[in-house]
Design a protein. Structure first.
Length: 649
């Protein structure tokens, strides 16, 4: 991540007994008012002079004391920062502006709290100065909006979670304990206007994740750190209940900064464009990043390797012939990788021996000949047991990367495991997709060989993955980082006709919707989830999808209504990719999409839209080629659970 500081203006305001500290964003629209009234630290955030929320009693609870309790502001140092940086893997923007006003509060009790106020967000973190190592029991997180708001969240079902449940939507005052806790991100939405508060964290290092829960009677959110479980590092059987909780959540060094807690304040379009996780993440730890190659992946698991046709004269399965067939498909369409998912190895915990039907070395050799890399699926416990040798061995073999599964936790031990693993993988030039994982929280910028996390209800949920839920992903899960959703179904249905069954996998949503997801969803390893057979049967769609990149120089939201519909334009080099999707609530939606983001002159456009009968027969689509200019406006109709997508060059 290359960073360029364009301008740093310093302003120091040190006071012996400051009571109120006001900090405004660079454009002056967002402001925080921080105070120590009543002996505890709290703040309020406002937009255009109107207070939006209060966050009270900012505290870090140690075993022997509470930082932030009975405290006073001893001094303040403010800075106005104007900077920009270039992420190694550009999930949303090739160059990210990072302008903010910083206020570092020195607190009585020998700690600091840093606030950063952006034009679209507020963030804070604690900076500790304890002499020895410490045990952190919890943090106090209480956020209360000043007006009634709705809330969108993903319930956990407990401390351990794969973060794949459907989103829940209700008024904040209705979110009580029966709804359980939620992983981050959580979004609060105004009931009166297009205004949203996206809450998450970044620079999550040597710490545990923060979960939120509703506090219905107070119309507020409260939070808790995931506790530390004794011996949980040995845990594999996810059906086993472990009740040995430690009396702390985090054991760590005493002199350090804690993770950022941030709140993006924006309309629907701004949520799609913002980059707060990246802006608050630590700097890239890798000196050499030239070997990191994001790209599309042909995936075998979702489609059950359901190959057939005149050229399939073998029994499909986890065997040499099948994977050579996937390699041939990937090579034909310029797809960078294939995944060998569950079943390639001799056993679940065996990372070095393929099953008897698979000649792994021959597949690696064949893949190199065809220009296709191989990614191997592994369980996290298998990686942990072999961490000192597994990536070294794979590099010697010529493996390109790994997909690691079933972490399903955000306690400190597992957060540290993520970092140990991705660091070791980088040493041996391995890209990694963390499946069965938490949300992104900055590690992907420190170690950009981390291509994606799952932590989302994706297409592997089959008929349980529906546009009404997926429409929230760009505004929530993808809004904080790359997600392994695995799109690409070629058998498409409307919900009432969905009769998914092996071996012909289908997905809810129209064909145009399915194709639009490739541009809309962000990840460094975008999966083509269907079988080569289905893609060969749909060559014009497959050719189109294979052209969609996975990194972006520029992202612009054109139209958006949170969780209802969105239209977005993304640029990669000189090509623009435009896409839109909508949910099940309206039979059709009509849009006028201006192409004023294009450069001057004539451009070739390939456009895919919902067909005339797509509201019933979801596989009905239209593809047409035309010439367009930046003065043109596209007239787009999306049917229910529909979409459109275009490539303009």
């Amino acid at each position: 991540m290359k960073q360029l500081i364009l301008l740093v203006a310093l302003a120091f305001g040190l006071t012996a007994q400051a009571k109120d500290v006001k900090v405004a964003s660079p454009n002056g629209k967002i402001a925080v008012n921080i105070n120590d009234n009543g002996g505890s630290l709290s703040y309020s955030a406002s937009l255009n002079g109107k207070t939006l929320f209060n966050q009270t009693a900012l505290e870090v609870i140690l075993k022997n004391k509470t930082l932030g309790e009975k405290t006073k502001i001893a001094g303040v140092k403010t800075q106005n920062i104007r900077s920009e940086f270039t992420p190694v893997v550009a999930f949303k923007q090739g160059t990210i502006k990072n302008d903010y006003t910083s206020a570092v509060l020195s607190m009585k009790g020998n700690f600091k709290v840093e606030f950063r106020v952006f034009d679209n967000a507020v963030a804070y973190r604690f900076i500790l100065n304890e002499k020895d190592s410490i045990n952190i029991v919890d943090e106090t997180f209480n956020l209360k909006p000043t007006e009634e708001m709705g809330v969108h969240f993903q319930p956990t079902g407990g401390w351990g979670t794969g973060s794949e449940s459907e989103y829940i939507h209700c008024l904040l005052k209705e979110w009580k304990h029966e709804h359980d806790m939620s992983v981050l991100p959580v979004v609060l939405s105004s009931t009166k206007e297009d205004l949203h508060l996206l809450i998450s964290e970044s620079d999550l290092t040597d710490y545990s994740g923060l979960y939120l829960r509703g506090n219905g009677e107070k119309d507020a959110l409260s939070g808790n750190l995931v506790p530390y479980y004794k011996n949980w590092e040995l845990f594999w059987d996810r059906g086993t209940k472990i009740n040995e909780l430690a009396d702390y959540a985090v054991r760590t060094i005493g002199k350090r900064s804690l993770p950022w807690r941030y709140v993006v304040i924006s309309d629907s379009k701004g949520i799609l464009e913002q980059t707060l996780t990246a802006q608050l993440a630590g700097k890239c730890e890798l000196k050499d990043t030239g070997w990191i190659k994001p790209g599309q992946v042909s995936w075998d698991w979702w489609n059950h390797k359901s190959l057939y046709g005149p050229d399939v004269n073998f029994k499909p399965g986890c065997n040499t012939d099948t994977y050579k067939y996937y390699i041939d498909f990937a090579s034909k369409y310029g797809i960078k990788y294939i995944i060998m998912d569950e079943g390639w190895a001799k056993g679940t915990f065996e990372p070095f021996q393929a099953n008897p039907n698979l000649d792994l070395q021959e597949c690696i050799r064949y893949g190199k000949e065809k220009g296709v890399g191989i990614i191997l699926w592994l369980t996290w416990i298998c990686v942990e047991r072999n961490l000192d040798t597994i990536f070294k061995t794979y590099e010697e073999w010529g493996i390109a990367g790994t997909k690691i599964d079933f972490m399903d936790r955000q306690d400190q031990w597992m957060i540290n495991w993520y970092e140990r693993t991705i660091k070791e993988a980088a040493k041996y030039h391995m890209i990694v997709d963390f499946h069965g994982a938490m949300k992104p929280a900055g590690l992907e910028y420190r170690y950009p060989n981390l291509m994606a996390y799952e932590g989302v209800r994706g297409l592997e949920q089959m008929s349980g993955c529906r546009p009404d839920n997926t429409l929230y992903i760009p505004f929530m899960r993808n809004a904080v980082g790359p997600a392994d959703f695995t799109p690409g179904a070629m058998i498409n249905t409307q919900p009432e006709y969905d009769k998914w069954s092996d071996p012909n996998c289908s997905a809810v949503g129209t064909r145009a919707y399915s194709m639009a997801l490739f541009t809309i969803l962000e990840t460094g390893t975008q999966m083509l989830a269907d079988s080569p057979t289905q893609y060969y049967k749909n060559p014009e769609c497959t050719k189109f999808l294979a052209e969609v990149p996975v990194t972006w120089d520029e992202t612009r939201a054109i139209e958006a209504q949170f969780g209802e519909y969105l239209i977005i334009a993304k640029r990669h080099g000189k090509k623009w990719f435009v896409a839109g999707i909508t949910n099940n609530k309206e039979k059709t939606r009509h849009f006028h999409v201006p192409l004023n983001f294009l450069s001057a002159g004539s451009h070739k456009m390939t456009l895919v839209t919902d067909g005339f009968n797509a509201a019933d027969q979801a596989m009905d689509y239209r593809m047409e080629n035309s010439e367009v200019t930046n003065a043109d406006v596209l007239d787009i109709t999306m049917v229910r659970n529909g979409g459109f997508t275009a490539i303009i060059e």
